[in-house]
Design a protein. Structure first.
Length: 155
């Protein structure tokens, strides 16, 4: 079985989930009273965009330490979206189903970010901007990570 190769941030599953979350946030903030609360709508949109943007920027920095730093920022933004979703729910801008959906998406993304952070911390590969170890490429490292995640899901 062939393993997917990670060559860009767009191919990361965590980035894809963050993109879906951002699109859902934009959809919710266009409706009803939520659309009229410009401050909260703008802030929750910014926070969701921050998740995507920090994953992308960290990946493009070319070093695992910097990538990890940006993933922590993305994780913080995920918490921010959850908090703002609670405000939207309390103000009756969204229904319970939307609240639970967004909260669950944020928790899933946060967990995915934590897993990626932990992997990067353990990796011997420091990043594309550093001299690569002779025995493993970044693609090999990513492929090992993807296999590990797959094996954890399918024991």
């Amino acid at each position: 079985m062939e393993t997917a190769k990670v060559e860009s941030f767009e191919s990361l599953n965590v980035y894809k989930r963050a993109r879906e979350l951002t699109n859902r946030i934009y959809e919710l903030t266009r409706k009803g009273d939520f659309a009229k609360d410009f401050g909260l709508a703008d802030q929750i949109r910014r926070a969701s965009v921050s998740i995507m943007s920090n994953i992308a920027e960290g990946f493009e920095r070319g070093g695992n330490a910097e990538f990890t730093q940006f993933l922590f920022i993305a994780k913080g933004s995920c918490g921010e979206v959850r908090a703002q979703t609670t405000i939207a729910y309390d103000q009756k801008y969204i229904h319970n189903g939307d609240y639970e959906e967004i909260t669950n998406r944020c928790r899933q993304i946060s967990g995915m970010l934590s897993n990626l952070i932990n992997y990067l911390k353990k990796s011997q590969y420091r990043g594309a901007k550093y001299k690569k170890p002779p025995y493993k490429s970044m693609a090999d490292e990513w492929n090992e990570f993807l296999k590990q995640v797959k094996n954890e899901k399918n024991p």
